[in-house]
Design a protein. Structure first.
Length: 89
């Protein structure tokens, strides 16, 4: 049982962040006199917040992977010579 929950935890956290962000933005919208959001406004706001959370999550995952695999350290090095074992096939 721990396996499925372990995999769902990051997705649930991202969903909670997206839901909280949507509610907070809608509250600020009402506070500044924007009125109630229609259904299409809620859909657009929810998709925008969820897309932003997904993009941030993906970019941070790439940054962590880049650091872990040493891509950042290789970025400033000259390219490997032809025929060397470091050259990607």
């Amino acid at each position: 049982m721990a396996g499925p929950l372990r995999r769902l935890r990051p997705l649930l956290i991202a969903g909670l962040i997206a839901g909280g962000g949507t509610a907070a933005i809608a509250g600020v919208w009402r506070a500044i006199g924007g009125g109630a959001l229609p259904v299409h406004g809620w859909i657009a706001l929810s998709l925008g917040v969820a897309g932003t959370v997904a993009l941030a999550w993906g970019l941070m995952a790439l940054a962590f992977r880049s650091d872990r695999d040493g891509w950042d350290a290789r970025a400033g090095l000259p390219p490997p010579a032809e025929g060397s074992p470091d050259e990607d096939a």
